[in-house]
Design a binder for this molecule. Structure first.
Ligand code: PRP
Length: 208
């Protein structure tokens, strides 16, 4: 894969929108990644291939230079601890908000709250910046259950429509970050494949 250009996409809700953006700049996979078990796809452009990965893995593959370019949510980029990434473009898809949420009818809270989240680094930074001491509990999904069951006092999670919070008797309380999908580029690929990568960035800017 070294000679050509590899683009890593995030699977899940945002994949269709990512593929639409690529199609708009003339890059189309030879089969539909949404309905295939394959992980790497050749495209209508001989030198371009596409990988479809979990969100956090997109940043890892791009940071290690296995993929040259990636499309990754700001939520996972905030958590990512690696380096060697440029973030040249907000792709303005996958928009949502990273919020603190808690029970609509919240009981008295202790001075030191338990916060359930999968965004542990971001949550730690958020509370540290406010000088508030909290205990972070790492969860991998269904965060909304934590305040309902008493596992945690509040959660830090993504909110899009707010339906999941509402369905579980929770309300959004504090905004941590506006989230959207970003284009990320491996720093050394940006130098060695500069013309090709700049033309893709320029084309994406044109269609946004
Ligand atoms: C996300 C997030 C919330 C929900 C918010 O979960 O963790 O649970 O979406 O969306 P809403 O405000 O429109 O209800 P997702 O469905 O992506 O699954 P996950 O828990 O596996 O991340």
């Amino acid at each position: 894969m070294a000679a050509g250009l590899t683009i890593a996409l995030t699977k899940g809700r945002v994949l269709a929108e990512e593929l639409r953006l690529l199609a708009a700049i003339g890059i189309e996979p030879e089969e539909d990644p949404a309905s295939s078990r394959k992980l790497v796809f050749s495209t209508n452009q001989d030198d371009v291939s596409i990988m479809v990965l979990r969100g956090m893995d997109v940043a890892t593959y791009v940071s290690h230079g296995i993929a040259d370019i990636g499309m990754s949510g700001k939520d996972v980029l905030l958590e990512f601890e690696g380096s060697s990434l440029y973030e040249p473009l907000d792709l303005k898809i996958g928009r949502c908000q990273l919020m603190v949420a808690g029970l609509a009818e919240e009981p008295a809270l202790p001075a030191r709250m338990r916060i359930a989240t999968k965004f542990t680094h971001t949550a730690k930074r958020f509370y540290a910046a406010q000088g508030r001491q909290v205990d972070i509990i790492k969860l991998y999904g269904a965060m909304e259950l934590a305040p309902v069951t008493g596992l945690a006092h509040r959660i830090v999670d993504l909110v899009e429509t707010g339906n999941t919070l509402k369905a579980n008797g929770l309300v959004a309380m504090e905004l941590i970050e506006e989230i959207s999908t970003r284009l990320i580029v491996n720093e050394s690929a940006y130098k060695t494949k500069s013309a090709r990568i700049k033309s893709i960035i320029g084309a994406l800017e044109g269609v946004l």
